[in-house]
Design a protein around this ligand. Structure first.
Ligand SMILES: Nc1ncnc2c1ncn2[C@@H]1O[C@H](COP(=O)(O)OP(=O)(O)OP(=O)(O)O)[C@@H](O)[C@H]1O
Ligand SMILES: [Mg+2]
Length: 519
């Protein structure tokens, strides 16, 4: 498209002359002259240019959907016509995707018309001074379409629709699910890239997830119903999202469950690290930056921020404990608290708004999942139904859970040792993670029976550990009670000593008064 480049230079000359003219002539002449200039320009430059920016002016944190669709269309259909290409590797090095490099130009043909596409980027002047900076957050990338003026209507009404539709179809065909994490909020830098991602390839599924089969079926039904309920949510006037609270001890399968949910519904995962979010405004930006068909996860919500203390005043007992603490320990805790606050100013109300405020309706088909080891620590407002619609307890390994793990790890559906294991699991608390570890064969020589015996050994050890812990707890309790009794006795002795001293004082005073009166 060399002729358009030359014409571009001619245009620049015309624009220069026009700017000079505007300096010296009043408005009324300018209007007439502009009309003629436009006519001349359209004669000597018979093209129209349309620019598609990566970020639209009023939406600095959401990539333009048109830009993304055009990018896909050009990469798939026209990249092989470009002289310089950019390569990116996808699907764990299985294939390479080529796209146009910056400042490249390709042409397309549509209904016998020719259309040119250029890819460019503008680097802000400030940024150009710091060429060593490797991140490219503040680059302004854009695609420019050029077509002949007489084709303008067909191009804007038909061709562009074809490009955007094709871009969407390619996205569906080549979709790779992603695991996103939020970038640390930075002060006043205008960081647009709120999320970074890798390809999501977790192997956990509802088949490999070990839990009570009834409970599993219930969750599966709930998820499937949700994914098909677009019209229902519209009818009842609710935004199409659902909250899940997964709670239970470490190693009971909460994270595995999230991966299984994503694999079942083919959703992306946004793993939100709350302590890296500066404030509620940034939290909102992150929400807007998420796509539909996704799971937003906040793991260990009880540890993320002090979301409990901001609504509830400290309990009396906690306050008293705080006062009794060693001053050094107290100072360290206060410092930790300060650091935490400095790092993030997200509040409970900010988080509540994130889950079901007005902005939460800006996407569709989304799950919000919280996980915690201590459900009792959470503010009831955070987990009330409507916010966290479904509460799922992930608990210690029972016989049903064990059977799933035995099937997954050993391909066993029954064995003579199953009965012993079942009996032991009924009285000993071990997590599915512990059971899974015992069932995993560590060498070629380890067969299913050796693994089951490993598990029995693990259960016996756990039982012994629990017994020793109970003995130790009882000893500590007795010691504490003895100390408490001693303190109480000491207080009583002090009290009675003080009373005796007081009585003596009163008697001496009485005697003094009597002798004064007698004198
Ligand atoms: N219910 C389960 N079904 C299958 N595998 C499990 C289950 N629970 C735990 N595991 C195994 O234990 C490992 C740890 O589990 P996971 O990370 O899901 O636990 P978690 O509940 O998220 O723990 P935490 O509270 O510490 O984050 C997993 O990689 C998986 O192999
Ligand atoms: Mg986890």
């Amino acid at each position: 498209m060399g002729d358009t480049t030359q014409l571009g230079s001619a245009m620049a000359v015309v624009m220069f002359v026009w700017a000079a003219f505007r300096q010296f002539f009043p408005d009324k002449y300018q209007r007439d002259v502009r009309k003629y200039v436009n006519k001349v320009v359209s004669c000597i430059y018979p093209y129209v240019e349309i620019t598609f920016h990566e970020y639209e002016v009023d939406s600095w944190f959401e990539r333009s959907k048109a830009f993304i669709s055009i990018e896909r269309y050009l990469s798939t259909n026209l990249a092989n016509r470009a002289k310089r290409l950019k390569a990116s590797v996808v699907k764990d090095c299985e294939s390479v995707v080529l796209s146009m490099d910056d400042n490249e130009e390709v042409f397309d043909e549509f209904n016998g018309f020719r259309i040119w596409w250029t890819s460019s980027k503008k680097i802000p002047q400030q940024r150009a001074l710091y060429l060593y900076r490797r991140n490219n957050e503040d680059e302004h990338r854009f695609y420019r379409l050029t077509c002949r003026r007489e084709h303008h209507d067909v191009i804007t009404n038909v061709y562009l629709k074809h490009v955007l539709d094709e871009g969407k179809a390619i996205a569906v065909r080549t979709r790779q699910r992603k695991l996103y994490t939020n970038n640390k909020s930075e002060n006043g830098r205008g960081n647009k890239r709120t999320w970074s991602h890798i390809v999501f390839e977790h192997p956990s599924t509802f088949d490999t997830l070990a839990m009570d089969p009834k409970k599993k079926k219930d969750i599966l039904n709930d998820l499937m119903t949700f994914s098909k309920s677009k019209d229902y949510y519209k009818k009842v006037g609710k935004s199409w999202k659902r909250g899940y609270l997964l709670y239970g001890p470490p190693g009971t399968g909460k994270s595995s469950m999230i991966a299984a949910m994503a694999n079942l519904l083919e959703y992306d995962i946004y793993d939100l690290e709350l302590t890296s979010v500066k404030d509620n405004t940034d939290l909102r930006k992150l929400l807007i930056g998420t796509s539909s068909k996704s799971i937003i996860v906040i793991e260990d919500i009880d540890c993320s921020l002090d979301l409990t203390g901001q609504r509830k005043p400290k309990k009396k007992k906690e306050k008293a404990e705080q006062e009794d603490k060693d001053p050094v320990e107290k100072k360290v805790e206060e410092e930790d608290e300060k650091k935490k606050k400095k790092a993030s100013e997200v509040t409970l109300s900010g988080l509540l708004n994130f889950i079901d405020g007005l902005w939460s309706a800006c996407g569709n088909e989304r799950l919000i999942v919280f996980t915690t080891n201590y459900v009792e620590k959470l503010d009831p407002a955070l987990i009330r139904r409507g916010r966290m619609d479904k509460h799922i307890e992930m608990s210690y390994c029972c016989f049903e859970t064990f059977k799933v793990l035995a099937k997954n790890y050993l391909d066993l559906e029954s064995h003579e040792l199953f009965e012993t294991i079942g009996r032991m699991l009924a009285e000993i608390k071990v997590t599915p993670a512990d059971v899974a570890e015992s069932l995993m064969s560590k060498s070629d020589e380890e067969n299913a029976e050796i693994c089951l015996n490993n598990l029995i050994k693990c259960l016996e050890d756990a039982k012994e550990e629990t017994r020793l812990k109970a003995v130790e707890d009882a000893r500590i309790k007795t010691e504490e009670e003895a100390v408490e009794k001693k303190e109480k006795d000491g207080e009583n002795v002090q009290e009675s000593d003080a009373k005796i001293a007081n009585d003596d004082k009163v008697q001496v005073n009485d005697a003094k008064e009597k002798s004064v009166r007698g004198a």
